[in-house]
Design a protein around this ligand. Structure first.
Ligand code: GLA
Length: 371
């Protein structure tokens, strides 16, 4: 088969309407790809093992030799090296390539610029060298790159959303079975507005993995005590409550959040399907409350913005989005109220934290694709 010479790929970030921190807990999530992408241009360079990757905005070029994959020296390097390494575990057909990329996905904002990079690169290399990998393999390559090279034991949501996204649809993903459903998402006259705190408290990777361990600890005990198979899908809030004494306090809180959030997503999807956006929004607020108080992955900046939105009748729901400790809030807001709210929030946020707030609107968009 003849190899293509140069290809261009667009790979989006993601939003998540509801279902946070439960993708690695056998829960449900409701993400979508967004209209902000990372763009990659890839060509084979005729070499067996050597590749170069250049990222706009960074001076240095990353040079990788397949035979000696070390750790990278800059933040984004390990995503690239991780993807190459994971592809090599699956196929010997990868050859030398040159890649130039430019990202329009805000970094450190909770919209998963990292999944955009992992999935875009995996997708592009699959096309360029006819590797024959299917979409789920590309998704897993991205996730494993993050586990094995970056060190975040992330769930599957971000890579799934980046690859499988579809214009005008959110996706209900069952993270246990990996079955999913596209849900037409028409929220007129409302919009999805992201407010970026522009803080990224450096806790994220470490604390993320700690949350995972705490949930694992709780689940182990709950499953034994209630004699069910080890999955949060078999655990009810009543079970968690009846084991309160045996669970460490933080573990109790984490597990209560998880089982409630799993239920909440299904309720939210039912509302979305009936276009009952007010009820949907109320659940977004509940999620935020849980993430802030029980799961403890929010921060004062995110809490401040969500609280501010509560006083605004034109906002049906708001919450922190993604891993937390900074990044964006997602707001379900009436289109006519956007400008005023941005002004009000920017002013209040600046007064309180002396940080400039940034913002953008987005819509559910197509997943990683060739351009
Ligand atoms: C990060 C992870 C995801 C998910 C979210 C929280 O974005 O990469 O797998 O766990 O946090 O919902």
């Amino acid at each position: 088969m003849r190899l293509k010479t140069t290809i261009k790929v667009a790979s989006p970030g993601r939003i998540n309407l509801i279902g946070e921190h439960i993708d690695y807990n056998d829960g449900f999530v409701l993400p979508a790809a967004i209209d902000k992408c990372l763009y990659l241009t890839l060509k084979s360079n005729g070499d067996e093992r050597r590749c170069t990757i250049q990222s706009k905005g960074f001076d240095s070029v990353l040079v990788v030799d397949f035979s000696e994959l070390g750790q990278g020296t800059e933040g984004w390097h390990n995503y690239v090296i991780g993807v190459i390494s994971e592809i090599q575990k699956l196929t010997p057909r990868l050859k030398g390539f040159d890649c130039a990329m430019e990202s329009k996905v805000p970094v450190g904002s909770g919209v998963s610029s990292s999944a955009a990079l992992e999935c875009g690169l995996a997708y592009g290399l699959n096309e360029l060298f006819n590797l024959g990998l299917d979409k789920w393999q590309l998704i897993k390559i991205g996730q494993n790159a993050e586990h094995n090279y970056v060190g975040t034991k992330c769930g599957i949501m971000d890579q799934f959303a980046s690859v499988m996204g579809k214009k005008n649809y959110t996706m209900l993903l069952d993270c246990r079975s990996l079955e999913f459903e596209y849900i037409q998402t028409n929220i007129e006259p409302y919009r999805l507005l992201l407010l970026n705190t522009n803080v990224a408290h450096n806790l994220s990777t470490g604390e993320y993995n700690v949350r995972r361990e705490e949930c694992e600890e709780g689940l182990e005990l709950l499953a034994k005590q209630h004699k069910v198979e080890k999955s949060f899908r078999n655990i009810t809030l009543e079970m968690v409550q009846s084991s309160k004494k045996e669970l460490r306090k933080v573990v109790y809180n984490r597990c209560s959040y998880v089982v409630q959030e799993i239920e909440r997503v299904l309720k939210a999807v039912a509302f979305l399907k009936k276009n009952e956006l007010k009820e949907f929004g109320a659940l977004m607020y509940q999620t935020h409350e849980g993430l802030s108080k029980k799961y403890e992955v929010s921060c004062p900046e995110l809490d401040f913005l969500v609280k501010l939105s509560l006083n605004n009748p034109n906002i049906l729901g708001a919450r922190m989005m993604g891993g937390g400790f900074g990044g964006c809030t997602i707001n379900l807001i009436h289109k006519d109220a956007i400008e005023d709210f941005i002004q009000e929030a920017s002013k209040a946020y600046k007064n309180k934290f002396n940080i400039d707030l940034t913002h953008f609107q987005t819509v559910p968009s197509n997943g990683t694709h060739l351009i």
